[in-house]
Design a protein around this ligand. Structure first.
Ligand SMILES: Nc1nc2c(c(=O)[nH]1)N[C@H]1C(S)=C(S)[C@@H](COP(=O)(O)O)O[C@H]1N2
Ligand SMILES: [Mo]
Length: 234
């Protein structure tokens, strides 16, 4: 969602779409030959969902901006894949014991990155398991073979290289320290940047992390020379 040309509070536009994350200078994790999403937690029986099974579900396309909690925004990204809600209703919900009430879904990437997402947030209209970006299969920089995309929440929710969803019936324990505690919802228009401090207050501190993290993240990128540059010459 965007209101006219306005960005959420405290965000600044970047050119292109940088690779960004704690993987820092490490290359992206290898994509398995037959990738699956492991379904774990409160299901009757845990199972592995082949990514190929997504092709039986209706496709969805969204165009949205992408907001990193550190303060950069990449604009007008066109994602294509399957709505998370569609996948959940068709293939996950039927595997829950009757009467189970899911409160959160913890998503995990092949590189170990995790985000626990409130059920209402992950079932929102604009949340996708994306397999294509701007008309091309997702590359390793941006989360191959499939990633979560939740444009109304800060980027840390949008888990790349999605390989596991864990169904939770209570809120997950907080594992991060005081200073770097991320907000459990991270909604961008509410500026839910931090778990304890007001979003506004942490802006300068987070902003200072952009350059070093971008630099390190680009070293492990698919093509070090173009990463971080605009995707289209203009
Ligand atoms: N698997 C995984 N997902 C991740 C991250 C990561 O390091 N690993 N970083 C998160 C953060 S902080 C951001 S801002 C976005 C960056 O996505 P991009 O690298 O496609 O720009 O991915 C998020 N998802
Ligand atoms: Mo981020």
């Amino acid at each position: 969602m965007r209101y006219g040309n306005k960005l959420p509070p405290g965000q600044r536009r970047v050119k292109g779409f940088p690779r960004f994350g704690t993987h820092l200078s490490r290359p992206a994790p290898a994509v398995p030959a037959d990738p699956v999403i492991e379904v774990r937690g409160a299901v009757t029986e845990e199972f592995d969902l082949p990514l190929a099974s997504l092709s039986s579900l209706p496709r969805k396309e969204i165009t949205a901006d992408f907001h990193c909690v550190a303060g950069w925004t990449a604009t007008d990204l066109r994602w294509e894949g399957v709505s998370f809600e569609t996948l959940y209703r068709a293939l996950i919900e039927p595997a829950l014991p009757p009467g189970t009430s899911i409160t959160h879904i913890k998503c995990r990437g092949l590189d170990g990155w995790e985000a626990a997402v409130k059920i209402d947030d992950i079932l929102a209209d604009d949340v996708l398991i994306a397999q294509h970006l701007d008309g091309h299969p997702l590359d390793s920089d941006h989360g191959a073979p499939a990633r979560l995309v939740s444009p109304s929440q800060y980027g840390y929710i949008s888990v790349k290289h999605l390989s596991r969803v864990e169904l939770l019936t209570t809120a997950p324990a907080i594992t991060e320290g005081l200073l770097l505690r991320s907000h459990p919802r991270g909604r961008v228009w509410e500026e839910e940047r931090h778990g304890l401090l007001p979003g506004r207050a942490v802006r300068p501190f987070y902003r200072a992390l952009i350059r070093p993290i971008r630099f390190l993240s680009s070293r492990g990128a698919r093509d070090r020379h173009t990463s971080g540059r605009p995707r289209f010459p203009n």
